[in-house]
Design a protein around this ligand. Sequence first.
Ligand SMILES: Cc1cc2nc3c(=O)[nH]c(=O)nc-3n(C[C@H](O)[C@H](O)[C@H](O)COP(=O)(O)O)c2cc1C
Length: 327
Amino acid sequence: MSTTAPTRPLVTALVADAVTAPSMHNAQPWRFVHRTGTDTVELHGDPTRELPREDPDHRALHLGCGAALFGLRVAAAHRGLRTETRLLPDPEDPWHLADVRLLAGEDEELAGLWPALRERHTSRFPFSEERIPSELLDALAAAALLEGCRLVVPGDWHADTVMELVRESELFEAADEAVRAEIAAWTRTGAADEGPQTEGIPAYAFGPRQYDVTSPVRDFDAQRRDAGRGSVRFEQRPQLALLGTGEDTPADWLRAGQALQRVLLQATLDGLSTSLMSQPLEWPELRSQTRDPGSAMGHVHMVLRLGYGPRGGATPRRPVSEVLAFE
Ligand SMILES: Cc1cc2nc3c(=O)[nH]c(=O)nc-3n(C[C@H](O)[C@H](O)[C@H](O)COP(=O)(O)O)c2cc1C
């Protein structure tokens, strides 16, 4: 097997593509390392970007890093390289999430997803009621399976249950001052005391308020700091999909993150808009109820909303120089 020691500009370009990945509250909880002369790019989680109130186990952190890992694989394929990934390669270091070897060889299927990396954005806007053809949904489920995960479209009663849990989680959140403070710390509304503009969720990505909650779209300004934000009606029958795995270990979370990004990129190429919802999954008592007890999906990692509607705008990312080290 022939290997390639990549140049610095190449690794920089791969990481620039990888960090287009979604992450909870756009916290971007990743670090990449390339050691000179090796053919491997290391992915590390960044514990300084944890969300202790909403993600105490770091599951969401792993999901975001898994999505970035998948982006790195796509980026390499786009440049004519095959990748070999090892999850959690160092038993002594749980924050060393993956090693990605860059090898000579084609992967046309992954390379085909590359244009979607910069087209995919979370859309917190209303979608139309137009139904998604079942062939497209089947293809998305197949995409998740390729990464060892399940994507399930809930039936009517299950979708209603998920929506009830979304509403319940909103109440839990409204009643929890520490959670509200954590969310506020990761939103950017133009207030003077906010953190860096290269991270967090900017006000333009909040989308409008919902008249009544029919769709699983989180309101990042539930405290109504932005008085000018209008209310609109969202789709009455949101098209949901649940992503999950049989077990619930850090390796499963990394697999789920890769599956999430594969599904989102495929959906983007298929002309779909997407948004993500983890609100009910952040409360253990609600998370366990999101799964369909009749399905083989043991643990739900994400509620996706899919449909036809505005794509959403690009949100900021930290410069690659802040997240990539050459050692
Ligand atoms: C684990 C995880 C959980 C997320 N939870 C939510 C959520 O509950 N509501 C929401 O609107 N977006 C959610 N997102 C989407 C992020 O807010 C979004 O990816 C981030 O702000 C960057 O924006 P982008 O996806 O447009 O690039 C989540 C993303 C991840 C990876």
